[in-house]
Write a protein that binds this ligand. Structure first.
Ligand code: SF4
Length: 360
């Protein structure tokens, strides 16, 4: 028998839903930032339980989904044409590049290995001194510190055959970019709790003031989501725009100082390409000059992929809140988890995959 989980308590959930109904008098559009939140909302059918006046919009929060094809193509080329071992998280293996994915590259003889922790890269590099080990570093502020830790250790231990191919994204700056777009019409934001667990809530406090929008730090259980929506609606109805954090059991307001220290030691903020949104300044992380030796693009400097393939996927419009997966003509027919066109259908955190699994 499973232990009781208070964050899935149906009775408590019903009380919060009743409170949301009592509080809501106007139409509100609430953004969930993260794929994990979108997944939970679809899994627990939360949109159906809310007043019709509340619309949930899904944001850019799945790192696999926003990794550009160019970067995937580069990983594939490294696996197939160089003396490399490419290490990747499992959910990246089936994400389509412009011609193929990493799983196909592996079937063609490329040495592509799935890792469970980026720290595995250290051991792999030590055990394979005649090969170049390339760690495909994907993620938000949540995984950037552990990738930074890998490079810091490699630097300390003079491990020369390890490099990073990075697609590391910064969440608050991309939210600010979206908030400036005229078509991005959002009233309140459910900030992703795991990102706040690392970086705290300071950047959101500025965004809340500058863009007059309330934030609620939200976890991934149904009670977390409902409570986040309730507190956000309460602020909206009262005309407030602050950051509230009911997820302090995991995400203290101050974040994780040690994780931020290693992140800032190894990486600096840089322009980053987002699949579906294009290049956006100051929305990613790149290695500082001191650690540039570990940059795979720098080490294998002949690589310069530029994707020219016709883009069929409307994931970018979904991230801007102007479309839902069901607006996509390929959803559920040409694009399914078994045959994905866009990354949002591949990753388990992708909003299209969540819609397909729970809402078709
Ligand atoms: S259904 Fe497929 S093609 Fe359409 S937006 Fe989602 S991932 Fe892209």
């Amino acid at each position: 028998m499973q232990p009781h989980n208070p964050y899935r308590n149906a009775e408590y959930g019903k009380k919060i839903i009743d409170a949301i109904y009592a509080e809501t008098t106007q139409n509100w559009r609430i953004l969930d930032v993260c794929g994990g939140q979108a997944h939970a909302i679809a899994k627990y059918n939360i949109e159906e339980l809310l007043p019709k006046k509340i619309e949930i919009i899904h944001g850019p929060g799945c790192p696999v989904c926003v990794t550009p094809k160019d970067t995937i193509d580069t990983a594939i080329e490294l696996a197939l044409t160089r003396n490399t071992i490419v290490l990747s998280f499992g959910d990246m293996m089936r994400v389509p590049g412009s011609q193929q994915d990493l799983l196909t590259a592996k079937s063609k003889g490329g040495d592509v290995r799935v890792i469970y922790s980026p720290l595995d890269a250290i051991k792999t590099a030590q055990e394979n001194p005649t090969k170049e080990v390339v760690l495909f570093a994907i993620g938000f502020e949540t995984t950037a510190p552990i990738h930074a830790q890998v490079i810091w250790v490699a630097h300390q231990q003079c491990i020369k055959n390890l490099s990073l191919l990075t697609a590391l994204f910064a969440v608050p700056p991309i939210l600010e970019h979206l908030l400036k777009l005229p078509e991005f019409k959002i009233d309140g934001i459910l900030a992703a709790g795991h990102v706040c667990a690392i970086m705290g809530i300071g950047e959101y406090q500025r965004l809340a003031q500058d863009y007059h929008i309330p934030f609620t730090v939200t976890g991934f259980e149904p009670i977390d989501i409902l409570l986040g929506i309730y507190m956000n609606i309460k602020q909206l109805e009262a005309g407030k725009c602050t950051v509230e954090n009911p997820y302090q059991r995991i995400a203290p307001n101050s974040g994780n100082a040690k994780a931020m220290e290693v992140l800032n030691e190894v990486f600096e903020v840089a322009t980053q390409a987002w699949r579906g949104l294009g290049e956006v300044s100051n929305t990613g992380f790149k290695l500082r000059d001191k650690y540039k030796y570990f940059d795979a693009l720098h080490r294998f400097n002949t690589i310069n992929h530029k994707t020219t393939m016709h883009e069929q996927c409307i994931a970018g419009e979904i991230m801007k809140g102007v479309a839902t997966p069901k607006d996509c003509p390929f959803f559920g027919n040409k694009c399914m988890p078994e045959w994905p066109i866009g990354a949002s259908m591949v990753s388990s955190e992708g909003v299209c995959a969540a819609y397909y699994k729970y809402r078709t």
